[in-house]
Design a protein around this ligand. Structure first.
Ligand code: ASC
Length: 150
């Protein structure tokens, strides 16, 4: 039973990995896709971060829409770090492909914090937005420090 479960899980994992990488015709497409998604995420996050920092007035509607867009865009890049996408127009460090599970933990942590930002923004809670922007930004920085060449 245990063996069967492991086999099923392993098969599902392989199927998922295959479908995740199969959506890109070539490695350059995967690199462009993940950079585009991260750019859209960053642009939307920054709009909310500017409000949290008091650089622009807090607009709850814009903050909620931007946070939701950042949250959605933040789900996309990770399927585009498949095998063979470590070389090209990218600052991604080779460690990503050596310790993929650890890299994925950083990605998951960012998404968890980003979800809290959407919740706070939807509630129109500026203090909550400030806290969530800080926590989310920390996860961006942590992953960049570990996995991005500067
Ligand atoms: C941003 C951005 C990042 C993070 C990071 C937070 O807006 O582009 O990489 O926030 O600077 O420390």
């Amino acid at each position: 039973m245990k063996k069967t479960t492991s086999f099923v899980l392993a098969t599902l994992a392989l199927a998922f990995a295959a479908s995740a990488s199969a959506q890109f015709a070539k490695p350059d497409d995967a690199i462009r896709y993940r950079k585009s998604a991260l750019f859209v995420m960053q642009q939307n996050f920054s709009r909310v971060a500017a409000m949290a920092a008091g650089k622009v007035p807090f607009d709850a509607k814009v903050a909620a829409e931007s946070a939701a867009a950042a949250e959605f865009a933040g789900k996309l890049p990770w399927a585009a770090f498949g095998d063979g996408t470590d070389k090209g127009d990218t600052r991604a460090k080779p460690e990503i492909w050596k310790e993929h599970a650890k890299f994925q933990e950083y990605a998951d942590k960012m998404q968890a914090e980003m979800s809290k930002l959407t919740v706070a923004a939807k509630a129109g809670n500026l203090d909550g937005v400030k806290a969530a922007v800080g926590a989310t930004g920390g996860t961006c920085k942590g992953c960049h420090d570990a996995y991005r060449k500067d």
